[in-house]
Design a protein around this ligand. Structure first.
Ligand SMILES: [Zn+2]
Length: 611
């Protein structure tokens, strides 16, 4: 068992939630058009010197990769704003309202003036080369299981493009995600255990959802987790989508940092001495080696002093020290990976061959070795430079860095921690003045928490299951405003059925029900017809319930007369089994369904004659 308190674990979360309110600076929809792209556009990024004549180092490094950025888009999902051919339009007011509600709900201090800033982005994921962002509030409190978690900052920003494909010399992006509003919600490092990290993440997710403005589904909420332990370093795990794995990521990071601190002490390597092993392995039966040789690749290895047994030691579950080196050179040197002594014999490489390699590389008892399969010697030198760099880092302790989540709850090296964000004021949009007092008056009703909603609905007569379903619904707040005006059961059922259409149509149908035009039993059929293309008006007319005319009453009386023996025998309990056939008979003869309430009353009355 890990004693997280003893280890001094500190975790902070940074959650990004997409809003379902259209884009932040134009009127495009905030939907993703999976795969439907009409046009593409090619751009290159060029660094520009700042006011004092200096170039940004990271921007220059990116420029040197000489990448082409290909933007794919459909005209229904992106306009000239996303293409950066037109200045941004006015800020989306609903998005601002959503983020202000989140701020008020956590008692955060809202800024009097909100400045829209440009945060430099150098990987092409924004067509402008920057992301627009605005800090709206700071210093809030989120209560989770009676513990107060600090809220450092609440921002509203625009989402970046989504990567569709990445290849040699190019990155392909989809423009549909660019400009979708995001709430960025950052907690203080007040979280002290993996379980708590998950609970806080869940609570933040709830906070977003109760506003009714949050997009739902995978990829609509992304979490960055900041983790550190005593003696370790701050690590950022970026872009976690699986809420259920958050605890696992935290736990595995603690284990990883402890293991690095242990292994780091034992590492002694400072330099490598490269040798070509291609000839030595020329006759190997290993498929991997044969394939490499047939492609004319080289096998180049080196002794790694004192590393035997260490390279195969786990840093995280199923991820060894050698895996860490491999992840590092994959990112830094762009190679496929490495082979190390602790995993051999394997891949068809025999014990005898391992011995030959050890001898060739001059390995003593405690020395390990690594080899790489590469196109040329320069590439091998580049790889081993990376390996030594990484080993030197690990010797000194836990390197501060950004890590990417693996699906199994472990992480891999992504890049060094970014420095302070490079921000400039947005010159195309004026700042926004916010009067917090006014705002509190205007936003009278803040959203209720999930549990408060369930309690309220149940007190109004809704059962637990429906209460929970409606509480989770994006239209729950509108639903609440109609409680008391309509039958709560019908209101709830329709709110769930009409999730896509919204509460306006719910009320429309409920009004029709009040006027006796439709019956509750018709709701499902009605909606089905509506979704198949008929307007609500048409569907309603078709489903319009018929008041009991003299003709209909005659049909009923004739039916009862025909079944009088059954009625005499079953008495009141004859009523239920007869209702279906009576309705069928009426529909057959008149083409319309009767009003259920009136029908039931009339049949009840008619039956009495025979009892
Ligand atoms: Zn647009």
């Amino acid at each position: 068992m890990l004693d997280y308190k003893e280890l001094g674990l500190k975790v902070g979360l940074e959650c990004h939630q997409q809003l379902d309110v259209g884009k932040l600076f134009c009127s495009c929809p905030s939907n993703i058009n999976e795969g439907k792209y009409e046009y593409s556009l090619v751009r290159k990024l060029r660094p520009v010197a700042s006011e004092n004549g200096e170039f940004d180092k990271a921007a220059l490094q990116e420029f040197n990769k000489n990448l082409e950025y290909i933007y794919k888009f459909h005209k229904d999902y992106a306009c000239l704003v996303e293409l950066d051919e037109e200045p941004p339009h006015e800020l989306n007011k609903t998005a601002l309202k959503a983020v202000l509600e989140v701020a008020l709900k956590t008692n955060a201090t809202i800024f009097d003036i909100v400045y829209i800033m440009r945060k430099m982005v150098i990987n092409g994921s924004n067509t402008t080369g920057f992301q627009r962002t605005m800090q709206v509030a700071k210093d809030g409190i989120l209560e989770v299981n009676n513990k107060k978690i600090g809220v450092e900052s609440i921002c509203l920003e625009e989402d970046a493009c989504k990567i569709i494909e990445q290849g040699e010399g190019f990155v392909k992006y989809g423009l549909d995600r660019l400009g979708i509003p995001l709430i960025e919600f950052t907690t203080a490092p007040d979280i002290k255990s993996p379980e708590e990290a998950k609970e806080v993440a869940m609570k933040i997710g709830e906070l977003f959802r109760i506003t009714g403005f949050a997009k739902r589904g995978l990829g609509t909420i992304r979490q960055d987790i900041n983790i550190s332990i005593k003696g370790g370093s701050r690590i950022e795990i970026k872009g976690v989508q699986e809420l259920d794995l958050i605890g696992q990521y935290v736990k595995n990071e603690v284990i990883r940092q402890q293991n690095i601190l242990e292994i780091g002490k034992k590492l002694s390597v400072t330099k490598v001495e490269l040798k070509d092993l291609t000839g030595l392995l020329a006759k190997s039966e290993s498929k991997m080696i044969k394939t490499a040789l047939s492609k004319g690749q080289l096998i180049i290895g080196s002794k790694v002093t004192g590393s035997k047994g260490l390279l195969g030691t786990e840093l995280q579950p199923n991820k060894r020290l050698a895996t860490d080196l491999s992840d590092f050179i994959k990112v830094q040197c762009g190679v496929g990976g490495l082979i190390h002594c602790d995993e051999l014999p394997n891949y068809g490489i025999t014990d005898g061959e391992v011995e030959k390699i050890r001898k060739e590389l001059g390995c003593k008892e405690k020395d390990g070795f690594i080899f790489v399969i590469v196109a040329n010697k320069e590439k091998a030198e580049f790889c081993f430079k990376g390996i030594v760099e990484r080993l030197e880092m690990l010797k000194k302790g836990v390197p501060e860095e950004t890590r990417a989540p693996n699906e199994d709850g472990t992480t891999k090296y992504a890049r060094p921690l970014p420095g302070a964000a490079r921000m400039y004021p947005e010159t195309d949009i004026p700042f926004i003045e916010i009067n917090a007092q006014d705002l509190k008056k205007k936003i009278k009703e803040l959203p209720l928490w999930y549990s408060e909603r369930v309690k309220l609905y149940m007190s109004k007569g809704l059962n637990k299951q429906l209460s929970e379903q409606v509480a989770e619904n994006n239209h729950a707040r509108e639903f609440e405003s109609y409680i008391g005006l309509y039958d709560i059961l019908s209101l709830a059922e329709l709110t769930l059925l009409l999730e896509k259409e919204g509460i306006g149509e719910v009320v429309w149908i409920l009004d029709a029900q009040k006027g006796g035009k439709v019956h509750k039993n018709d709701f499902k059929a009605l909606l089905e017809a509506h979704r198949n293309g008929s307007s609500l008006q048409e569907v309603l007319e078709k489903h319009e319930r018929q008041r009991l005319s003299g003709d209909v009453k005659s049909i009923i009386l004739r039916y009862l007369e025909k079944n009088k023996d059954f009625i005499k025998q079953r008495k009141e309990s004859a009523l239920n089994p007869m209702m279906g056939p009576i309705i069928q008979e009426i529909v057959k003869q008149t083409g319309k369904k009767p009003d259920m309430k009136e029908l039931t009353e009339f049949v009840k009355m008619g039956v009495k004659k025979y009892i």
